[in-house]
Design a protein. Structure first.
Length: 284
């Protein structure tokens, strides 16, 4: 009897050790959020009507417990004027971004913010989702120039290094989305560090771009049974909502995931997309 108890106890300890080897208890929280560009034609949902409450939402996110704080945020569609406002709201964060029209300030950005007390910047860059990735260009059947911006960090507490990429696939070009997925997959595969790829991929989970990214070694932070849509279209009927925003990882484990459906005080949406959030943990 004592021997049997010892075997059971030993098994429990072994499982605990194996579980502990899989991932560290510490980690970091990421958010991907398409803000909807500043378009005055949006009427009640125009940026100037939304920005104060969207800023309050982002600040409230920072008031959660340490486990729930957003450490890295990726925003899509943000124009420079929108980013200047976010800079004032997210004063505890640093930002990297480049405009897609000229690689500087013009056009929409795929901006990355990170908590300065949590991460130190090591490197950064932007490339175009194009056959000419180093110059402002569009390719294939894309309607618009599209970019991917990335930042390499060192976590201050552990010294661990990771690379975060934020992108926005074309909304029209089917070939462009598929080619963009292959381009991003090759980029992620070439990185030796753990990788986070996040953004508005304008593709649903079963579509070829997502399947390409997963087949090439990236993992969806979303549990398979969580099919909540991330695109709401402001006034679109709910049956037309889609899941097109993703957080994908390599060399990390997602322990929490949610599509945050917070609204403004008038019950209108913060954006035409919901923010997607995940808690990520380091693999040993």
């Amino acid at each position: 009897m004592a021997q049997s108890v010892f075997k059971v106890f030993s098994g429990i300890i072994l499982l605990a050790l194996l579980g502990g080897a899989a991932f560290r208890k510490d980690g970091f929280r990421v958010m991907s959020f398409n803000l909807r560009y500043d378009n005055p034609a949006d009427g009640q949902d125009a940026w100037m009507e939304r920005r104060q409450e969207l800023g309050l939402f982002l600040r409230a996110e920072r008031l959660f417990s340490n486990q729930k704080q957003a450490d890295i945020l990726g925003f899509q569609e943000a124009l420079s004027s929108q980013l200047f406002y976010l800079d004032s709201v997210l004063s505890e964060y640093s930002r990297y971004s480049r405009g897609r029209d000229d690689g500087d300030m013009a056009g929409e950005h795929c901006a990355i913010y990170w908590r300065k007390s949590k991460f130190a910047l090591l490197d950064s860059g932007t490339f175009w989702l194009s056959e000419q990735p180093h110059v402002p260009a569009k390719s294939w059947d894309a309607a618009l120039p599209r970019i991917a911006s990335w930042v390499k960090f060192r976590e201050r507490s552990s010294g661990k290094v990771l690379v975060v990429l934020n992108t926005h696939f074309d909304h029209i070009g089917v070939k462009a989305r598929e080619a963009s997925a292959r381009q991003i997959a090759a980029w992620a595969k070439a990185r030796k560090e753990p990788v986070v790829v996040m953004g508005d991929l304008n593709s649903e989970p079963e579509d070829l771009p997502i399947q390409t990214l997963l087949a090439e070694g990236l993992t969806d932070a979303r549990p398979l049974n969580n099919t909540k849509p991330s695109f709401n279209g402001f006034t679109w009927p709910e049956e037309r909502h889609k899941l097109i925003d993703f957080i994908l990882t390599k060399g990390l484990i997602a322990s929490e995931y949610q599509v945050n459906r917070s609204k403004r005080s008038n019950q209108r949406e913060l954006s035409d997309h919901y923010p997607v959030e995940a808690m990520l943990r380091w693999m040993e």
